[in-house]
Design a protein around this ligand. Sequence first.
Ligand code: ATP
Ligand code: MG
Length: 559
Amino acid sequence: MTQLTTAQQGDFIRDIIDNDLKTGKHAGRVATRFPPEPNGYIHIGHAKSVCLNFGIAAQYKGTCNLRMDDTDPAGESMEYVESIINDVHWLGFDWKDRLFYASDYFERLFQFAVELIKQGNAYVCSLNSEEVRERRGSFTEPGRESPYRNRSVDENLDMFQRMRAGEFEDGAHTLRAKIDMASPNIVMRDPVLYRIKREPHYRTGAQWVIYPMYDFAHCLSDALEGITHSICTLEFENNRPLYDWIVERLITGSRPQQIEFARLSVSYTVLSKRRLIELVENGHVRGWDDPRMPTVAGMRRRGFTPEAIRRFCSEIGVAKNDNLVDASLLEHCVREDLNEKAPRAMGVLQPLRVVIDNYPEGGTEEFEFANHPQNPGMGSRKVPFSRVLYIERDDFLEDPPKKYHRLGPGREVRLRNAYVIKYESMVKDPKTGMVVELHCTYDPETRSGPPADGRKIPGVIHWVSAEHCIPAEVRLYDRLFSIQDPGKEEDFLKFMNPDSLKIMENCCLESSLKDAAPGSGYQFERMGYFCADKDSSAGKLVFNRVLPLRDTWAKIKNK
Ligand code: ATP
Ligand code: MG
């Protein structure tokens, strides 16, 4: 587990760039890109890559492109493109006019492939995928050459044109690089560069029936955009020689350089797109923006802030070895940010009715509350008080232990920023035996200070006025999985946390919250951080609990 460290200043990628700048490698330029495939929503792992690529561009006064890496029609869509654009903007980054689509390069990529054929560096292979696999060999055994490997350039050119023209069935032929079937690196054993796939593409429609493979499209897209440092995750390390092999043969002048860093994993969640899609499509969550999802859209709806996510990404730093980062570290960053920024308010999640018997019937008054205890600049608001209030059900016990500093028979408690009240009696539901109402009296002398007789009132509880408060549904979230590394499990669904969503239907919030904008965070005193949800309507407010107040990370840190 990675624990909280101080924010990293430099890292091995920045070291490489510093060195390149010293030696004048890319003529002093720094150009990066974030290249998502639009086949899903982006998640916290992508956010790390976004922060890294855009962060480096900003630091070195370079550029960072947003590129849709959309060369495989399966599963790609405009909905995903739009979500990515929205999410990267929301994270706080701007690519100005540098939004690109790899699918815009299809014609140029085709011409590059033709060039490779002419050089004698690529051939059309007519083995099927099974036969190709059989001949690939293993770590211990070299591969075997394809019988089609020595086709003439003219035949290859003709076959490749006919592949493009749609003369062949899916899988009948592929274009392969002619490298070395005996290479110790399996990636270099004549990798496939193009395959036939009769599937419409969300942008190019039916125009193409051959599509370039990632290894061919990615490096050349980088080169076409003048990328200097192509930062990707570690699983591409073995592909780097192929990346270089292709650009060396097709690109003159400044060539992009691939640099790999460790993929981020976060505990108690999954980050593989395939699995996230499964969660969404099979209804295990309420969509890509379900507040329990590790997606940027989910975190936004949950009430996480872009500042907190960026802070998290900078805290975890960039390294070469894969690591599982504790979800509490992300939560810690969210709490720190909201603690500073979120206005305070009062909300009662499980209301218990309290009647103040000696308070005038129909009477009302207002108490002035600071919106933030440390920041007077955030102003104040007036909160109405009246004879009937709601308090948290947990703030009353019929038979409380000695150290319980809240309400119980014979006890007094301070209502936050208002009066001290004293328990008088309770009303129970005759059928269930549940306490449904308390009767109390208030001490008018305690409006703006402690009791005159010097008696101590140790407890303070929050409250709302029954007549003024607004009803709300509040959704409480917990981790989506009950084990640390569900991504490791094939049947990961078995480990979903059955209590990851709890809906509180009858909450009562102070009236100032009625116009809360979806996504804006509040601290409900004593209860945690909350934000309004887009499901709110005029008739019914819906709030999400961002996180409870308790900082479990602090405990870990101090161990
Ligand atoms: P899959 O889950 O199918 O492997 P992917 O997450 O790699 O897909 P891409 O759209 O290809 O999806 O990713 C875009 C960029 O984000 C890539 O440069 C990739 O290296 C980076 N990225 C993806 N996941 C992570 C992660 N967990 N940590 C850091 N970077 C990531
Ligand atoms: Mg990928």
